[in-house]
Design a protein around this ligand. Structure first.
Ligand code: SF4
Length: 169
């Protein structure tokens, strides 16, 4: 692997970006400006710092306690093509791959540049953050409009299928 990713940050053993202990990778840059954005410092495409996907994978491989990897941001799908090798390697480690996005799942699947990354994910949490629908009782979502999507079942059935696992909802 030799892709260079633009990051806002990276957290080893996060417990807030999905179930279990997760490596949370915060991708720098987002085209949206949601009111009440949880991570405003991650919005500027010129901000952040570079990290190679090989370094990130090394963190994954060096932590046997991880149950998954979460790509968040910022907007991960703005770096979708560069994230492909890392996502493939994460799947080869038999780790759960979750991706947060401000796009809808349907928008991502309809995009030539984004769909391949989406298809590698186990879980996608989609939709913009809507301050009026903010609900702090939600496990891993910021606002009620966002959806936790079971990607494999969605691809299999040809329609968007919500995750029903208690781990996630
Ligand atoms: S999509 Fe996420 S990162 Fe982007 S502005 Fe909205 S809340 Fe912030």
């Amino acid at each position: 692997m030799s892709e260079i990713l633009r990051l806002a940050g990276i957290v080893n053993e996060s417990i807030t970006d999905g179930p279990g202990l997760r490596l949370a990778v915060f991708l720098q840059g987002c085209p949206r400006r949601c009111e009440g954005c949880h991570n405003p410092s991650a919005l500027d495409f010129d901000g952040g710092y570079d990290m190679s996907d090989a370094e990130i994978l090394s963190m994954v491989k060096n932590n046997p306690l991880l149950s998954g990897v979460t790509l968040t941001g910022g907007e991960p799908f703005c770096q979708a093509e560069r994230l492909m090798p890392l996502a493939k390697n994460i799947k080869e480690q038999a780790l759960e791959l979750a991706i947060y996005t401000g796009y809808t799942f349907e928008q991502v699947l309809g995009s030539d540049k984004m769909s391949a990354l989406a298809e590698l994910a186990d879980i996608i949490i989609d939709g913009e953050f809507v301050l009026a629908e903010r609900d702090i009782s939600l496990k891993f979502k910021g606002s009620r409009n966002q959806r936790v999507i079971d990607v494999a079942k969605s691809l299999e059935s040809g329609k968007t299928v919500l995750c029903t696992s208690e781990r996630w909802i």
